[in-house]
Design a protein around this ligand. Structure first.
Ligand code: PEP
Length: 249
């Protein structure tokens, strides 16, 4: 696993795209990497597009699932295992995205079990944490983020969490066009690093929530922000490449 805090920019396509779009977008990213871009790039397409994305990505761009099962096989209709993801060429997976937590009722415990299954199967988890607007306004941001992290630390151990990539994604900033200010984001990133103690010094912590080409530079230049997890703005090749360029050190 790469823990030298090389900037990482990841694209979460959510349930968007088709084969033609996937090919075109990933070709543009491969060109960006071949052109000397120094950030690491990872794409999280809908699972059904993984094959075409892996084929287009060669080894320049990482590919991952948006969600995996914590189980390795069995009667879990509609689910995908870590082994299946690995066989399809995925090296990554999101885990605990707020849409999975809110829309599909994923609990901290399930998130922790998925995290453990991913690392056991040799995949890199991007662990998503973040508070709702209500929680922020009540002054509970740190408490919420600490509890989400603690559930995973309890099951996986602090070294395992510190070796993963963490994405701080305030729920109120996801897909809303409202982004956390660089200071707000930096404060939570610093807090997350502190929660992981000494080992957190090398953890890559990404910011996610309405990142685009205009706000990326200010966010990515904060000392504890190591790149971004980008939804909407990752669906347009040029916009996403501009975000990637903002992450270069
Ligand atoms: C996301 O889905 O993780 C995300 C950050 O989305 P957006 O950039 O659209 O807010």
């Amino acid at each position: 696993m790469n823990n030298d805090r090389t900037p990482l920019v990841a694209a979460n396509w959510k349930m968007n795209g088709d084969r033609a779009m996937a090919r075109q977008l990933v070709n543009a990213l491969v060109e960006c990497v071949n052109g000397g871009c120094s950030a690491e790039l990872v794409v999280f397409p809908p699972a059904i597009l993984v094959d075409s994305v892996v084929a287009a990505a060669a080894s320049c761009v990482g590919v991952g699932l948006q969600n995996v099962s914590q189980h390795s096989s069995g009667a879990f209709t509609g689910e995908l295992s870590v082994g299946m993801a690995a066989e399809a060429g995925c090296r990554w997976s999101l885990v605990g995205h707020s849409e999975r937590r809110a829309l599909y009722g994923e609990t901290d415990l399930q998130v922790a079990a998925k995290f453990v299954a991913l690392q056991a199967g040799g995949l890199n988890p991007v662990l998503c944490v973040g508070e709702t607007l209500e929680q922020r306004e009540a002054g509970h941001t740190e408490q919420v983020v600490a509890a989400q992290l603690a559930a995973v630390v309890q099951l996986a151990g602090v070294s395992a969490v510190a070796a993963a990539v963490i994405a701080y994604e305030p729920v109120w900033a996801i897909g809303t066009g409202v982004t956390a200010s660089p200071d707000q984001a930096q404060a939570v990133h610093k807090f997350i690093r502190q929660q992981l103690g000494e080992q957190g010094q090398t953890t890559r912590i990404l910011y996610g929530g309405s990142v685009n080409a205009s706000n990326a530079k200010a966010l990515f230049s904060q000392p504890d922000i190591d790149g971004g997890l980008v939804g909407g703005a990752s669906l347009d090749a040029q916009e996403f490449i501009n975000v990637v360029n903002a992450a270069e050190r």
